[in-house]
Design a protein around this ligand. Structure first.
Ligand code: OOG
Ligand code: MG
Length: 259
């Protein structure tokens, strides 16, 4: 095992996140880094933001759909931390300070209860859910060419950058979330289509898996937190001037303007 200063790596990752600068993969320098060490780097980098006044407002799951796994060449789900500063209050994305942003359609859950432990079931998730909200996640890998291994992407907070939640929340019992169809248009052209079932068969399973992964670290999902369950389609690259229109069938159409 290589001797690694995880705090120094966290500082490096955090600086690139803050400045929106691309960096070399950590695994080129430290090929023996483990996934556990990568989650530690993620936590330490986020702690720097918390120390500077930001707030943990939720969690995201990533690589929960086949489309996403294939597009980045990593085939297991990961989680990341969502901070208050990442939330877009209006559907306008400024690319200033971002490296190479991509947008994904997701279903988000807002919790009203606590979820803790490794024996959480979908039933527990629904009982603890205040509402389901159509959402857009903006991911922005800090690695050159958006290319990374499992360990690298975990250390980089699962490429977390920004997210936008639609204004209307829905009861968890409003519809069958796995059957919700999604159409993504960029500047009027259809670029991606998918359905909720792309996320582990049903998006609720993403939250079950997240609770299990966090239980291993002694962490829990708290009331009021936002959970992004994972991209339903491949992520779409965006640049200033683009307009994305994302239709969640029967629920809402979210429009994102990129500046
Ligand atoms: C990793 C983050 C993936 C998702 O929803 O699958 C993700 C990446 O693709 O950069 O957020
Ligand atoms: Mg995502």
């Amino acid at each position: 095992m290589q001797d690694v200063d995880l705090d120094a790596l966290a500082q490096r990752v955090n600086e690139h996140q803050r400045k929106g600068l691309a960096m070399r993969k950590l695994t080129l320098e430290y090929p023996e880094l483990t996934v556990e060490q990568a989650y530690r780097i993620q936590a330490l980098a986020v702690e720097r933001e918390l120390a500077a006044g930001d707030r943990l407002i939720g969690w995201k799951m990533g690589l929960t759909s086949r489309a996403k796994q294939v597009s980045v060449g990593v085939d297991e789900p990961i989680y990341g931390r969502l901070l208050g500063a990442m939330e877009l209050k209006t559907p306008i994305l400024s690319v200033t300070g971002l490296v190479h942003p991509r947008v994904e359609p997701e279903l988000a859950l807002v919790l009203k209860g606590r979820l803790e432990g490794d024996s959480i079931t979908p039933r527990d998730v629904w009982r603890a859910t205040e509402c389901v909200v159509p959402a857009l996640e903006v991911i922005d890998s800090r690695y050159e060419n958006f290319s990374f291994t499992l360990v690298d992407v975990v250390a980089d907070n699962a490429s977390s950058s920004r997210f936008y939640l639609g204004e209307q929340g829905f009861s968890p019992y409003h519809t069958q979330w796995d059957e919700v169809g999604v159409v993504v248009r960029k500047n009027g052209t259809v670029v991606q289509t998918g359905a909720g079932a792309a996320v582990l068969g049903h998006p609720v399973r993403s939250v079950v898996m997240l609770a299990q992964m966090l239980a291993r670290e002694g962490l829990a999902l708290e009331p009021g937190m936002v959970i992004l369950t994972g991209g339903i389609t491949e992520a779409v690259s965006v640049a200033p001037g683009d307009r994305l229109q994302v239709a969640f069938d029967g629920l809402a159409t979210l429009e994102l303007r990129v500046e």
